[in-house]
Write a protein that binds this ligand. Structure first.
Ligand SMILES: [Zn+2]
Ligand SMILES: [Zn+2]
Length: 184
């Protein structure tokens, strides 16, 4: 781990020899935009907002040696930082996803499973769809698995009738069943 961070540090430092580590940290490290972790210091491409997954998030597979000298890391880093035009990273996006994850106690409200354990990406669901006047307030948002979200809108298309709470509960039950059966 230290080896890799040493490489990252040197790589980031090279184009800004006069800047300190604090400045580099602010420039290149941002909070987890998926809200899957509360980590505030993830190596982030300021153009695309792409974030490097931390090694600690990846489960350790026993009997599989990590070859530190065979690493696509250098190539990745180059691709990350060779873009000149850097747009502003969408901090609102990070903030609301983290807040939602915390509010939901890191559980997907549709299937009841963890939103941190899955490889699967997450999407923000509007409880009352935007086309029905739903807003982007926290009260109207849920952070859900992509497959749960697809399944939900297969049952309740955003442009269709607004489902009742009991219809929603029934749909969630169906999603949970599929998740448990491994068919989602
Ligand atoms: Zn889910
Ligand atoms: Zn939705």
């Amino acid at each position: 781990m230290n080896y890799i961070w040493g490489r990252i540090y040197r790589y980031l430092r090279r184009p800004h020899p006069q800047k300190g580590w604090k400045w580099i940290k602010r420039q290149y490290f941002k909070p987890d935009k998926t809200g899957q972790s509360m980590d505030k210091w993830i190596l982030t491409d300021s153009v695309t907002g792409n974030q490097l997954k931390k090694m600690a998030w990846t489960p350790i597979v026993r009997h599989q040696q990590v070859k530190y000298n065979y690493s696509p890391f250098d190539a990745d880093l180059k691709e990350y930082f060779n873009k000149r035009d850097r747009n502003k990273f969408d901090l609102n996006n990070v903030a609301y996803r983290q807040k939602l994850a915390k509010k939901q106690k890191c559980v997907c409200p549709m299937c009841g499973m963890s939103i941190t354990d899955f490889e699967e990406g997450l999407e923000t669901h509007h409880i009352l769809p935007v086309v029905k006047g739903g807003t982007g307030t926290y009260k109207n948002l849920q952070l859900v698995h992509i497959s749960c979200h697809i399944e939900y809108h297969r049952v309740f298309p955003a442009k269709g009738d607004v489902p009742t709470p009991s219809e929603i509960a029934k749909c969630h039950k169906g999603i949970k069943g599929k998740r448990l059966a491994g068919t989602l």
